[in-house]
Design a protein around this ligand. Structure first.
Ligand code: ATP
Length: 259
């Protein structure tokens, strides 16, 4: 898959723009930078000045216990939740306030916890919906089946009757149809058997090799560290440690290994 756009479409919100070509092919080193992000719900803060970077072409694992604020941070990055302070920078441009749909068009793709497929539609219909981003249906479908052969076998089946792993594959296929430069994955492993999780992470590694930058949230380190270049541990709304998986071995040898 070629990450990024077919053309250099720019999307705008007020004075701010995100150039799809910049997200896909630009020279900026960090595809995503979250700077001193504070965010919360109503008047209660859950993120307290979070800094995190996703270098172009890398896989970053964001780990931490339940309630640490990982999903909230992903939603801030995707433009679905406004930070109360701090900056979201995509391909070198500050994008605070840019609508999520525009960020998606610019090459950001969030696959939320819980998968986000349409359960009453078939696999084909779920994929067909993604043709609005510019590719023809045949192309979207063939690409999805090439990457996830199981989906071809299930193409006439409604998404709600798929196994959890197959639903996750469908969610990933739908996300990849948007030609993302940056993929935000929330709890890929949730509710899945270890063998399926391994299979999904092998696919994540393939997607990364094709040039897509990835920020992946997991509650337990486990298999995600096998594909991550960098990891960050988040606790109580703050990033407590960052480093390579081997540098974080001690911290990650306990609770977050999910043993
Ligand atoms: P988990 O793995 O359990 O999803 P997380 O690290 O992703 O945890 P978040 O889901 O970001 O953490 O939640 C951080 C805090 O924000 C938690 O205390 C949670 O209860 C709270 N929270 C999350 N979503 C909302 C919401 N829509 N309204 C109010 N509070 C929320």
């Amino acid at each position: 898959m070629t990450p990024g756009p077919a053309s250099g479409t720019a999307v705008a919100a007020g004075a701010r723009t995100v150039d799809r070509a910049a997200a896909g092919d630009g020279a900026v080193e960090n595809l995503l930078e979250l700077r001193s992000i504070r965010a919360g719900y109503d008047r209660i803060d859950v993120l307290f000045g979070v800094d995190l970077e996703v270098p172009r072409g890398s896989v970053v694992a964001l780990l931490g216990p339940n309630g640490a604020g990982k999903s909230t941070l992903l939603r801030v990055a995707a433009g679905l939740h406004l930070p109360s302070s701090g900056d979201v920078v995509v391909a070198g441009r500050r994008v605070n306030g840019v609508p999520a749909a525009d960020l998606a068009r610019a090459g950001l793709c969030l696959i939320p916890e819980g998968r986000g497929v349409f359960p009453n539609l078939t696999v084909r219909e779920n994929l067909r919906m993604m043709t609005h981003v510019g590719c023809g249906f045949d192309e979207v479908e063939e690409e999805a089946y090439h990457r996830f052969p199981r989906l071809r076998e299930r193409r006439r089946q409604t998404a709600g009757t798929l196994s959890g792993g197959e639903q996750q594959m469908l969610a990933m296929a739908r996300g990849l149809a948007t030609r993302p430069a940056l993929l935000l994955l929330d709890e890929l492993s949730m509710g899945l058997a270890p063998i399926i999780v391994e299979e999904l992470y092998a696919l994540v590694a393939q997607i990364a090799q094709a040039g897509v930058s990835i920020l992946v949230v997991e509650q337990f380190a486990g298999v995600v560290l096998g594909v991550a270049d960098q990891a960050a541990i988040m606790i109580n709304g703050r990033v407590a440690r960052t480093g390579s998986p081997s540098e974080l071995e001690t911290e990650l040898s306990g609770a977050y290994l999910g043993a």
